[in-house]
Design a protein around this ligand. Structure first.
Ligand SMILES: Cc1cc2nc3c(=O)[nH]c(=O)nc-3n(C[C@H](O)[C@H](O)[C@H](O)COP(=O)(O)OP(=O)(O)OC[C@H]3O[C@@H](n4cnc5c(N)ncnc54)[C@H](O)[C@@H]3O)c2cc1C
Ligand SMILES: *[C@@H]1O[C@H](CO)[C@@H](O)[C@H](O)[C@H]1NC(C)=O
Ligand SMILES: *[C@@H]1O[C@H](CO)[C@@H](O)[C@H](O)[C@H]1NC(C)=O
Length: 516
C-alpha cells in the first residue's frame, strides 16, 4: 500500500480516537499540542519520502518511460466510465484533504474518481528553455530540481506544496507576476485527456481555444496529464530592498510605481495596518556583499513577515541579499501568517532553534485532522481569500478590506493581465496591471459574519471588474459568478467537447454549497 495512504489512515484513526475521548476541547483550544507532537514529525516524514522518491525517479530516468503508460491508464479509466454508461460526473481521484485549498469538495464522494498518478518532472529542455512536467509536480520539487541547474520558473508560487495542475486549473501568482503574468501565462502547452478519452495537446497556436479555456476551469474540461512551462536563467541571490511607507495614498502610489518598473524582478507589499506598509522590490544577482546576506529560509530564522515588520517599526529602509530559493519560498515556513494562529509561540527563538526544522506542518495533514469543531470555527471566524483587482482601484480596495474584514497583514502582489480569451481577462482590449490582495486570518470587524461579509466583498470585487481566486470560499450565486468570470469560451467548449455529461460546471465545483 502507498505509505502515504497508510500514514493518512493512521492519522485519521488517531484524530477520531482523540475526539471520541472527548478531547475536542484540547484539539480546539490547544491545537498546538497535537500539531507539535504528531503533525510536525509526520510532515517531516512525508517530505523525506517525496524528496527521495523524486530524486530516485529522476536518477533512474523512469518518469518519461512510465508517463505514456500512466496516461493510457487514465484513458482506460475514462473509457470504463463511458462503458458504464457515464452515469455520474468524473473528477480527479486526489483526496480532497491533500489539496492546499482549505476546503474539501463534497463531489469527491459522488463522482467517479479518476486516479491520476502523475508526479514527476519529465524533461528539462535547456535549448528551448522549457520544462515538461506532470500535474502533481510541486513548486518545492521544481525549484529544488531547476535551481541547482541554473534555471528557474518565471513565476514560482510561494508554498512548496502547490502543484502545477492546481496552479494551471486554478491559478497561481508570485511577486514576479508584474512581468510574467499569472502562472498559466508562463505555460507553453497543456496535454489533456478529454471526456471522450482522447489525448490532446494544446498551445497558443494548436487547439488554441482549449489552451485559453483551461486556466480557472478547475478540471471541468478534461484531465491535465502534462504541461510545458517556460524556464528562465536563475541567479544566486535576490537583492531585496525593504521600504516602509506610511499613509494609504502614499502606499498605493509607491506600490503602483514600483510595479510598473521593469528593472524590478520582484515586487511585493505587506500592509500591516490601514496606514502602514513595507514595500519590497527585488533584483536577481549573482554577486552579493557578504555581510548583507540573509538566509531567511534557514529553520532558525524569524518568520519572514515578522522580519519585514522590523523595518516598519524601525522606520528604516534596508537592503539584503537573499539566496534565490530562500526568497521564492519565503512565506512557506509560516504559511504566510497562518501558522501564528496554530502555533502561537512558533516564532519564539527557543522554539525555532529546537523545532523549527520540522515547520511548517503540512496543510494537508492539518486539514485531515482538524475535525468538525475547528472546521466550523475557521469557517465563521477566519478568512483565507485572494481578490484580484485592477491596480487603479487599489486604494478603494484596501479601504473596503479594512471596513469589511480588518485583517492584517494584507498581502499585495502585482500582476500583469493579458487580454487573452478565457475566463479571466481585463475589461478593456489592452493588457492591464492588476494586484492580488490576500487576506489571511481572523477578521477583527465587529459586524463580521462570514456569509454576509464575504458576499459584500464579492460584490465590491465584481464592481471593480476583479476576480476571486477559486480555491477560497465563494458565496456568489451562479449568476453573480458568471458576471465576474467570462463564460463565453468556456461554455462553447463544454458544448463542443461533450463536457456537460462528463464534468460538473466549474461553479458547481467551487461554490460554498459544494465544499465543506
Ligand atoms: C494557505 C494557502 C496559501 C496559498 N498560497 C498561495 C501562493 O502563495 N501563491 C498562489 O499562487 N496561490 C496560493 N494559494 C492558492 C492556490 O493557488 C490554489 O489553491 C491553487 O489552486 C493550487 O492548489 P493545489 O495545488 O492544492 O491544487 P488543487 O486544489 O488540487 O487543484 C485546484 C483545481 O484544479 C483541479 N485540478 C488539479 N489537478 C488537475 C488535473 N491534473 N486535471 C484536472 N484538474 C485538475 C482540481 O480539481 C481543482 O479544482 C494558497 C492557498 C491557500 C489555502
Ligand atoms: C526545440 O524546439 C524545436 C522546435 O519546436 C524542436 O525541433 C527541437 O527538437 C527542440 N529541441 C529539443 C532539445 O527538444
Ligand atoms: C519615518 O521616517 C521618515 C523619513 O525618514 C520621516 O519623514 C517620518 O516622519 C518617520 N515616521 C515615523 C512615524 O517615525
Amino acid at each position: 500500500m502507498d505509505p502515504l495512504l497508510s500514514l493518512g489512515a493512521g492519522l485519521l484513526l488517531l484524530a477520531l480516537w482523540a475526539r471520541l475521548k472527548g478531547l475536542d476541547y484540547l484539539l480546539v483550544h490547544h491545537r498546538w499540542v497535537f500539531v507539535c507532537l504528531f503533525l510536525l514529525p509526520l510532515s517531516v516524514l512525508f517530505d523525506i519520502y517525496y524528496q527521495l522518491r523524486a530524486w530516485a525517479v529522476w536518477k533512474l530516468h523512469s518518469a518519461p518511460r512510465q508517463h505514456s503508460q500512466r496516461v493510457r491508464h487514465i484513458q482506460a479509466q475514462v473509457q470504463e466510465w463511458k462503458n458504464e454508461g457515464g452515469k455520474t460526473y468524473m473528477c480527479t481521484g486526489r483526496p480532497g484533504w491533500l489539496t492546499v485549498s482549505l476546503r474539501v469538495g463534497k463531489y469527491k464522494k459522488t463522482h467517479k474518481n479518476i486516479v491520476i498518478n502523475l508526479m514527476d518532472i519529465l524533461e528539462v529542455d535547456i535549448e528551448n528553455q522549457s520544462v515538461r512536467v506532470e500535474p502533481l509536480v510541486t513548486m518545492g520539487q521544481l525549484t529544488a530540481h531547476l535551481n541547482p541547474m541554473g534555471w528557474t520558473l518565471p513565476v514560482v508560487p510561494e508554498l512548496d506544496d502547490l502543484t502545477v495542475g492546481g496552479l494551471i486549473m486554478g491559478t497561481g501568482i508570485e511577486s514576479s507576476s508584474h512581468i510574467y503574468g499569472l502562472f498559466q501565462h508562463t505555460c507553453l502547452a497543456y496535454e489533456l485527456v478529454l471526456a471522450d478519452g482522447s489525448l490532446v495537446r494544446c498551445t497558443p497556436t494548436e487547439n488554441s481555444d482549449l489552451f485559453y479555456a483551461v486556466p480557472w476551469s478547475c478540471g471541468t474540461l478534461g484531465f491535465l496529464v502534462a504541461a510545458e512551462i517556460k524556464i528562465i536563467p536563475a541567479k544566486k541571490y535576490v537583492k531585496l530592498h525593504y521600504k516602509p511607507v506610511r499613509g494609504l495614498e502614499k502606499i498605493c502610489e509607491k506600490f503602483t510605481e514600483e510595479s510598473k518598473k521593469k528593472e524590478n524582478n520582484f515586487v511585493e507589499g505587506l500592509v500591516y495596518s490601514l496606514e502602514e506598509a513595507v514595500i519590497m522590490t527585488g533584483v536577481l544577482t549573482d554577486e552579493a556583499e557578504d555581510n548583507q546576506i540573509n538566509r531567511i529560509g534557514n529553520y532558525y530564522k524569524p518568520w519572514f513577515f515578522k522580519h519585514v515588520e522590523k523595518y516598519l517599526r524601525a522606520n528604516q529602509t534596508g537592503i539584503e541579499y537573499i539566496p534565490s530559493r530562500h526568497y521564492y519560498h519565503r512565506h512557506t515556513r509560516s504559511i504566510f501568517w497562518e501558522l501564528q494562529d496554530i502555533i502561537p509561540f512558533g516564532n519564539n527563538p527557543v522554539f525555532r532553534y529546537l523545532f523549527g526544522w520540522m515547520v511548517p506542518p503540512k496543510i494537508s495533514l492539518l486539514k485531515l485532522t482538524q475535525g468538525e469543531a475547528i472546521r466550523k470555527l475557521y469557517e465563521q471566524h477566519h478568512v483565507v481569500q485572494d481578490m484580484l483587482v485592477p491596480m487603479k482601484s487599489l486604494e478603494k480596495s484596501i479601504n473596503t478590506f479594512n471596513s469589511d474584514l480588518n485583517v492584517y497583514p494584507l498581502w499585495l502582489c502585482p500582476f500583469i493581465l493579458p487580454n487573452n480569451p478565457g475566463m479571466v481577462h481585463p475589461k478593456g482590449n489592452e493588457l492591464e496591471l492588476y494586484v492580488d490582495i490576500g487576506a489571511y486570518g481572523e477578521p477583527k470587524t465587529k459586524q463580521f459574519e462570514a456569509r454576509a461579509s464575504m458576499r459584500q466583498m464579492e460584490k465590491f470585487v465584481r464592481s471593480m471588474h476583479g476576480f476571486q481566486m477559486l480555491y477560497a470560499d465563494c458565496y456568489m450565486n451562479r449568476e453573480e459568478f458568471w458576471d465576474m468570470f467570462d463564460g463565453s469560451l468556456y461554455h462553447k467548449l463544454r458544448e463542443q467537447m461533450n463536457c456537460k455529461d462528463a464534468f460538473p460546471e466549474v461553479y458547481d465545483k467551487i461554490c460554498k454549497a459544494a465544499r465543506h
